[in-house]
Ligand binder design. Sequence first.
Ligand SMILES: *[C@@H]1O[C@H](CO)[C@@H](O)[C@H](O)[C@H]1NC(C)=O
Ligand SMILES: *[C@@H]1O[C@H](CO)[C@@H](O)[C@H](O)[C@H]1NC(C)=O
Length: 247
Amino acid sequence: MKIRFILASLLLLSYSLLTVSIEDDVKCLEGIQNSIKDPDGRLSWSFTNTTVGAICRLNGVTCWNETDNRIISLTLSSMQLSGQLPESLHLCHSLQSLDLSENSLSGSIPVDLCKWLPYVVQLDLSNNHLSGPIPPQIVECKFLNKLILSNNKLSGSIPFEVSQLDRLKEFSVAGNDLSGTIPSDLARFPEESFDGNSGLCGKPLGRCGRFSGKDIGIIIAAGVLGALGSIILGSLIWWWFFVRVRK
Ligand SMILES: *[C@@H]1O[C@H](CO)[C@@H](O)[C@H](O)[C@H]1NC(C)=O
Ligand SMILES: *[C@@H]1O[C@H](CO)[C@@H](O)[C@H](O)[C@H]1NC(C)=O
């Protein structure tokens, strides 16, 4: 009798946990839809069909399994979306792949992004208007295989923590406003991964602090001007003492 009661409560509990998680992924999409600006109506997702698996057919949404509502990937690239990365992403807890590339998203990369999406394997935020630093907390996305942040307005240096993402196979921060030294463990990625950041230096780009051709030109010009200046000054002093004073 008791056992049966316990079993029944366990069943009820697991059922309620399941419904919570099913609702979570729906709320995640609703939150994205409500917070992101979508002038072309590409996210005109409808949630009226409450059958399990119905959200898996929405534009850009892929589920782990059509028989439940857990979203594995969101591909919302080239949709003219603007606004900030929505906090409701934390309700898409089983997400492994997020592609928001080629939109007009702005604001910074949320410090808590990896708390929201701890299992993310592929993250592509390229070709947007994201600004601010790359948060060191990116290291908490420890399953990241692919991290593409190219062509935004990210600034500051590349945090050392990025080099601790040891599963990283694809990486790019090209075309941002980053500066400082590239963490040495990231030198295994090609130059193209770092191109287009005027302040960035270190392998695989040029050495930091080395004089460029332009710098050398300025140094030579300054030297020549300085020498000419001393000669003129010397002549003037000589003229003053030996020619003018003697008159
Ligand atoms: C609701 O979604 C289910 C599962 O995707 C689908 O089989 C069904 O046809 C949908 N119902 C309506 C009314 O669209
Ligand atoms: C999908 O879910 C059903 C029911 O939970 C399960 O029987 C099936 O094996 C799952 N399929 C995959 C590919 O995980």
